[in-house]
Design a protein around this ligand. Structure first.
Ligand SMILES: Cc1cc2nc3c(=O)[nH]c(=O)nc-3n(C[C@H](O)[C@H](O)[C@H](O)COP(=O)(O)OP(=O)(O)OC[C@H]3O[C@@H](n4cnc5c(N)ncnc54)[C@H](O)[C@@H]3O)c2cc1C
Length: 416
């Protein structure tokens, strides 16, 4: 069987890339190894309004459980920074239904979707010479469909197969180098206000943070992700994410008072931070978590992944139809996604590394110093989950710069 584009992985990025390839005239096959779209879930499902729009979806009861407009940032010493965005900033979604909505849109554009189909290897062949790695190479993708081996031929493979991307390995590309292990339960939790998420930076989750995201007033998704190398340096004996989550539920006074025990759902997964240097090779494109495109500040990967997926689908289709699928031709994708996201991810990584290294007492000082009406107003006006650099820049060049310089030291000056 011969396709112009085969997309491996029917997560949000794969379905979006497949749809855009089809919209640009390609014959597209979308493969998913599981028997069901959107399952198992590896996500909190907090999507900015922009992320939903980037996926070309309108918020709908089909997948939205709740809307949130801000965050309570809890310092390790218990003080709370209330950030009120004053309007809906994000949705809490059913990832299963969200992923399904995207897969349906792909199929409606003519994409062929094959479940229980796993990519298990590939080889690149030039149709004229039969040699590997030449321009306009054909890719032979080995798959197991319902457990039976098959081969599909295609001009381009888009690896949207997540953080453990096997397509990256098969194509000789690097996988995301830095991955934050994350863990989450959905559980009974009496939120103070289900319009707000709660964030807990500090030693409960070394190098990143813990969070609660309200599904409704009675149930929240309680999660954390951490930097393994910082967790290993801590004085906790068991450095597994599960052990950290248990400690957070047991020992954080705010959470302990609201969490009634037990769980309704359990999720583990990895968050890739820091994209690889190369996201294309002959006949291959990587997108989404497979390309390390999640935001290092929040761990969110849907907005950035969807942004890159659209470019991936379009470039793959055009290249296949032009019969030049060389790495040189596909590099257009690399250039375009980095133009849109590269700088923000770079600044996000600096913020991630800086905040992650702060000790609890430094975080207490930092959060305390942000708790002024003027700074909170700036955060309300310019806070943006997807573009934290906008707020950092506004804060830096506002009348509060002296206060911030004291809080952040010289770090903030190195950002821009
Ligand atoms: C604990 C946690 C919480 C998170 N919370 C949020 C959040 O609130 N908001 C947010 O924006 N992001 C969040 N993320 C990140 C988000 O889940 C990812 O960035 C997003 O799912 C990436 O989408 P993707 O399509 O690239 O990959 P995935 O969603 O991982 O999809 C990859 C798909 O490829 C399939 N696949 C893999 N290998 C093969 C193969 N060989 N053959 C066929 N199919 C294959 C998989 O089954 C899967 O369906 C969170 C991550 C974690 C771990």
């Amino acid at each position: 069987m011969k396709y112009d584009v085969v997309v491996v992985g029917a997560g949000p990025v794969g379905s979006t890339a497949a749809r855009y390839a089809a919209l640009n005239g390609a014959k597209v096959l979308l493969l998913e190894e599981h028997a069901s779209i959107g399952s198992p879930v590896g996500c909190t499902g907090l999507l900015s309004t922009r992320a939903v729009a980037e996926c070309d979806l309108k918020p709908s009861d089909e997948f939205v459980f709740n809307s949130v407009r801000g965050a309570f940032v809890h310092a390790p010493d218990g003080q709370c920074l209330p950030i009120d965005g004053k309007q809906t900033k994000a949705y809490v979604v059913s990832r299963k239904n969200f992923d399904r909505a995207l897969a349906v849109m792909a199929v409606e554009e003519g994409v062929e979707l094959s479940l229980r189909t796993r990519a298990v290897g590939l080889e690149k062949k030039n149709p004229e010479t039969g040699k590997e790695g030449k321009e306009s190479s054909q890719v032979k993708l080995r798959i197991l469909r319902n457990g039976r081996p098959e081969t599909v031929c295609t001009s381009v493979v888009i690896g949207a197969d997540g953080v453990k991307s096997r397509i990256a390995s098969y194509a000789g590309l690097e996988k995301p180098a830095r991955v934050l292990p994350g863990i989450q339960i959905e559980a009974p939790y009496a939120s103070d206000d289900s319009d707000f998420v709660e964030l807990f930076p500090g030693s409960f989750a070394p190098g990143f943070f813990a969070w609660t995201v309200p599904v409704d007033e009675k149930v929240s998704r309680i999660a954390l992700a951490l930097e393994p190398r910082l967790a290993l340096k801590s004085d906790q004996k068991d450095c597994s994410p599960l052990s950290y989550l248990e400690r957070f539920l047991r020992s954080n006074p705010h959470v302990k008072a609201r969490y009634s025990g037990g769980m309704l759902d359990f999720v583990v997964g990895g968050i890739p931070i820091g994209p690889q240097e190369k996201t294309v090779s002959d006949g291959i494109i990587l997108a989404g978590d497979a390309a390390g495109q999640a935001k290092p500040t929040s761990g969110g990967g849907i907005y950035t992944g969807a942004f890159a997926a659209k470019i991936a689908g379009k470039v793959a289709a055009k290249a296949a139809l032009e019969r030049d699928t060389s790495a040189k031709r596909l590099f257009e994708y690399d250039q375009l996604w980095r133009k849109g996201l590269g700088r923000e991810l770079e600044i996000g990584m600096k913020i991630h590394d800086y905040i992650g290294k702060l000790e609890d007492r430094q975080l207490n000082d930092l959060i305390g110093s942000l708790n002024t009406p003027s700074i909170l107003n700036t955060i309300t006006e310019y806070g943006d989950m997807d573009h934290p650099s906008i707020l950092m820049r506004k804060l830096m060049f506002s009348g509060n710069s002296l206060r911030l310089m004291k809080a952040f030291g010289t770090f903030i000056r190195t950002l821009f």
